[in-house]
Design a protein. Sequence first.
Length: 65
Amino acid sequence: MSIDKTTLAILACPKCKGKLTYYTEKDELVCRGERLAYPIDENIPVLLADKARELSAQELEKVPS
C-alpha cells in the first residue's frame, strides 16, 4: 500500500500528536518522537497506541525522513 502525501499530512500520532512517516519497507506509519510503528491493516492505518510496536534505535535509523 502507498499513502498519498495529502493523507499523510493530516494523520498524527495518537499519543503525542506528532508527524507520522510512512515506512514503505514494513508498510507502517512511524512516529519518531514516541518511537512507535503503527500497522496498516487492509489499507487502513490502525492508529491505536496499544496496537503499535516499539522501535529500537537501530530500526528507527532505517526509517526515511
